[in-house]
Design a protein around this ligand. Structure first.
Ligand code: HEM
Length: 344
């Protein structure tokens, strides 16, 4: 074939091939970017924010803005961005957040002290929820890591005596042990618990013994954040040289109606929030991101074709690509017909 195909048709063909490959990955061409790809690893560093395995995860730098929509608002960010990475082992997902914070604020023992914290928001229902913690009928699942809960896990419950070293109590009804008495060790007796009403009432925020530094909440818009009865998220946070690194981890699969089944969702919008305790940030006073799309990479089942071609690609997309392909071919044929052959 001596006739020349105009270069623009080759470009079209190349674009078409790229589109096919993206679609085969089940990626909607017009998907909400930016993306966060959860890479597959064999050993998941679910409780190690400094593990070398995190170098395998592509990093997304996510800008943060101050929450200025409702009072108490934040007028200016004290943390301007958070770097996010994600890994999974086919069973669990781990997400690492890293941000700059010159001070490590891990206690709320004094009324004027606030802790550092970070959160991830995931939608439970399909679609992209309202960024302000969902809305009526749009349930948001919140994973809230708190530096003071981390401190309680790493060093034991941080009691009043830790905030006020000169605190002393020489008598406590029903407490065992010696003054000034340690909470909760010396308050095992049921009667003694009555002197800690929050604990006695079962308030989750009054539980001195923490099993995870992450609280899982549900909300349908700001002002509705509620502790979830089923707590499934683990985590580990470490501060060093002015930087927090915090891992959140959870199983991919869940039957919990108040949380997204990550195994069943190919692309999931995620948003982040960060609180800086030394800037008196708590609750609504925080910085937050816009949405990112979490793409969970297929586990490499021997790199089989099935790993590449996802059954999730909607038929209309194949139809559209088919028409485009025929149009490109048609265009090439037309061009060939119009080009007079060298011998003519
Ligand atoms: C402009 C959007 C937002 C507004 C107006 C807003 C507002 C609020 C308000 C008023 C509270 C306190 C009342 C309550 O507990 O519901 C709150 C708490 C909270 N918000 Fe938001 N929020 C927004 C976005 C976000 C995002 C994107 C996330 C997560 C990525 C988030 C996570 C949380 C968490 C975990 C709490 C509980 C904090 C605590 O107990 O200290 N919020 N927010």
């Amino acid at each position: 074939m001596s006739a020349r195909v105009p270069p623009r048709l080759w470009v079209l063909l190349a674009a078409f091939v790229a589109a096919v490959l993206l679609t085969a990955q089940g990626r909607a061409l017009a998907q909400q970017g930016p993306f966060l790809t959860a890479r597959h690893v064999v050993q998941l560093p679910a409780d190690d924010p400094r593990a070398g395995a995190w170098d395998q995860a592509p990093a997304s730098e996510v800008p943060l803005i101050p929450q200025g929509a409702v009072m108490p608002a934040l007028r200016q960010t004290s943390v301007s961005k958070v770097t996010v990475r994600a890994l999974h082992d086919g069973k669990d997902l781990a997400v690492l957040l890293e941000w700059q914070d010159a001070t490590r604020d891990a206690t709320t023992g004094h009324p004027d002290l606030f802790r550092d914290a970070a959160a991830i928001m995931l939608p439970v229902s399909e679609g992209i929820p309202n960024i302000c913690m969902g809305a009526a009928g749009q349930i948001a699942n919140l994973w809230h890591w708190k530096a003071d809960w981390q401190e309680d896990i790493d060093k034991g419950f941080q009691d009043v005596v830790d905030a006020y070293p000169n605190f002393y109590k020489d008598f406590y009804p029903f407490a065992s042990g010696q003054p000034p008495f340690r909470f909760p060790q010396d308050f095992a007796a049921a009667e003694a618990k009555n002197y800690s009403p929050g604990l006695a009432a079962g308030n989750p925020l009054s539980q001195p013994v923490k099993t995870s530094p992450v609280e899982e909440l549900t909300s349908q818009g700001f002002g509705t954040a509620t502790h979830k009865s089923l707590q499934q998220v683990n985590g580990k946070g470490e501060w060093a040289n002015g930087t927090w690194r915090v891992v959140f981890s959870r199983s991919l699969k869940t039957a919990d109606p108040e949380a997204p089944d990550l195994a069943a969702r190919k692309d999931l919008p995620l948003a982040f929030a960060v609180w800086n305790g030394s800037n008196q940030e708590v609750g609504a006073r925080k910085q937050l991101s816009s949405f990112l799309t979490l793409a969970i990479e297929e586990a490499p089942a021997g790199q089989t074709a099935s790993a590449l071609w996802s059954s999730e690609t909607p038929l209309w997309m194949w139809g559209g690509l088919g028409v485009a392909f025929l149009a490109v071919l048609g265009g090439m044929w037309m061009a060939l017909r119009r080009t007079p052959s060298a011998g003519a």
